[in-house]
Design a binder for this molecule. Structure first.
Ligand SMILES: Nc1nc2c(ncn2[C@@H]2O[C@H](COP(=O)(O)OP(=O)(O)OP(=O)(O)O)[C@@H](O)[C@H]2O)c(=O)[nH]1
Ligand SMILES: [Mg+2]
Length: 515
């Protein structure tokens, strides 16, 4: 049998290898002892770092982890901005200049979409009268056939998508005259041609498949990329990858903004917008564009109206986005999962809250799962104004139907069965506006039938469907907290955040058995 040598054995090859040579001089000995002391120092430093990491991990177990989930454009990042405004306003203030690029991008994309729609009409232009032509073009949405079986077919009957607003009208349809429009188009073409470069600047050159929308995606930390290096405006803590936090600004905001280096591309866009401001205004107010919008031939994104209505202010030479309204309305898709950390004071106790804001497009949803196992709470955001909209990534799927399907998956997920669940039925302001404009819910949601086309009735109908999904997938008998929201309304949202914070924290304390 083989004998295992003792580590103390004089024959131990390791002891032999590290034993100083018998002929070691004083100088060599001194040098060796120095090297050994340095190695000990490094080893102790590593031990200390490990200890600090372990301590952080132990502490982070007592942090609150809150996921913001929901489909693309539902309002998750806007809600995150409201948290930031509430718990770390200085950091949002420090980001103002970087949001200018997004606002410019939103404005340029909106103008591009208007021009593309006009061009689609122009291709088949026969020079007939604009107003009457568009009126003759009423889309007969009652003719939409039923969608193929939806996952929630038993809950909600939806109509399939009408043609995209960018689809040209059928060749047999006459198109509007565009007196003055062609000149505007020609003059604005160089402005809209800069859109891909702006997109590239925001996304840092990253292109993403799976969104379905030709929009730009940003990873967390993009603000820092658009702000020139050397101006450290925002304190950051990080956890997973390049995750972002939102703490103190290191300079007074006014000073910080004035010391920003300029980005020549963004400055070029600013100059072009300034020079084109009258043309943009004329285009936006042009009767043909107005008619296309009112007849729903041109469907712009919700934020387009906000920025185009205010183009004189946005195109001004010294434009800086307003901390609240402009930043809350600026639209940029989230890529992956962005972590934001806030120190939240709950009745005198400071607790770190980790907010995970996810990308909601279908191609992004796989990245949510790693965050499920240690989540304490979820706010599921569903845009109930979207009854007449279809997924960009799947234009046959009604957005309310997708939201219900997604909510079903969240409610039934085993990893999430103990998580505190909050539902935001969001974009209530847009829902109200659509109903006031006469949009009929039953055209898109066939199961709505002949119920009154009124706000309270519509809200109640959608709420009941979400509650039903929850009830059918609630083996743990957890409570569902529901709020009707417009997350661009700061006062109302912050009051709701206060309620949600208290209810989450109560549940968190109970589950942590601290009370
Ligand atoms: N009027 C109004 N606009 C809203 C509301 N909620 C969000 N928006 C706007 O809708 C757009 C999309 O909101 P985001 O917060 O970026 O959507 P998201 O859920 O983060 O989308 P992804 O990152 O793609 O998953 C933004 O321009 C918001 O300003 C709301 O309640 N009312
Ligand atoms: Mg987002």
């Amino acid at each position: 049998m083989m004998r295992t040598p003792s580590i103390r054995s004089q024959d131990d090859p390791l002891s032999i290898a590290i034993r100083p040579p018998a002929s070691e001089s004083d100088v060599d000995r001194q040098s060796r002892l120095q090297q050994e002391a340095e190695a000990r120092r490094i080893s102790e430093q590593i031990d200390e770092e490990l200890r600090v990491e372990r301590e952080k991990l132990r502490k982070s177990r007592s942090d609150v982890k809150l996921l913001l989930l929901g489909q693309a454009e539902s309002g998750k990042s806007t809600l995150q901005k409201q948290f930031q405004l509430m718990y770390s306003p200085a950091s949002l203030e420090g980001e103002r200049m970087s949001w200018r690029t997004v606002v410019y991008y939103n404005a340029v994309c909106s103008i591009k979409k208007i021009l593309a729609t006009l061009e689609a009409w122009d291709d088949i232009d026969d020079g007939s009268d604009s107003q009457s032509t568009i009126e003759r073009q009423e889309l007969n949405q009652d003719d939409f056939p039923l969608a193929p079986a939806s996952l929630l077919g038993s809950h909600i009957g939806v109509a399939i998508s009408p043609s995209s607003p960018l689809d040209p009208p059928s060749p047999s349809a006459p198109s509007p005259t565009k007196s003055g429009v062609s000149d505007l188009r020609r003059r604005l073409v160089s402005l809209v041609n800069i859109e891909p470069q702006l997109a590239d600047r925001l996304s840092g050159g990253v292109s993403v498949s799976g969104s379905g929308k030709g929009e730009v995606y940003v990873r967390t930390g993009w603000q820092a990329r658009t702000i020139q290096k050397g101006h450290k405006l925002i304190g950051r803590r990080s956890k997973r990858g390049e995750a972002e936090s939102s703490e103190l600004t290191t300079e007074r905001p006014g000073t910080a903004l004035s010391t920003l280096d300029s980005d020549s591309l963004v400055e070029d866009v600013a100059t072009m917008l300034y020079q084109s401001r009258e043309d943009i205004k004329s285009l936006w107010e042009h009767p043909v564009v107005r008619a296309l919008i009112s007849k729903r031939k041109l469907k712009l994104d919700e934020w387009s109206e906000f920025f185009l209505n205010d183009i004189a202010r946005i195109a001004a030479r010294d434009y800086v986005p307003s901390t609240v309204d402009d930043i809350l309305h600026a639209r940029i898709q989230t890529m992956g999962v962005a972590e934001h950390i806030f120190d939240v004071d709950i009745h005198g106790k400071i607790v770190a809250w980790h907010l995970f804001d996810v990308g909601g497009a279908r191609g992004q949803r796989h990245s949510w799962v790693p965050y499920f196992d240690d989540a304490n709470a979820i706010i599921f955001v569903s845009p109930i104004s979207a009854f007449d909209q279809y997924l960009e990534e799947d234009p046959r799927t009604n957005r309310i139907d997708d939201s219900l399907q997604l909510f079903t998956q969240i409610c039934s997920n085993q990893l999430l069965k103990k998580v505190h669940l909050v539902l935001f039925l969001n974009k209530t302001d847009i829902l109200r506006k659509k109903l006031e404009q006469g949009l009929r819910v039953s055209k898109y949601i066939l199961s709505y039938g002949d119920r009154p086309n009124e706000y309270d009735s519509v809200v109640q109908y959608f709420r009941v469907h979400f509650l039903q999904v929850h009830r059918r997938n609630n083996e743990n008998r957890r409570v569902l907290y529901t709020h009707l929201t417009n997350v661009t309304d700061t006062k109302a949202t912050q009051s709701i955040i206060g309620n949600v914070r208290d209810s989450i924290f109560r549940g968190y304390l109970q589950s942590a058995a601290l009370v």
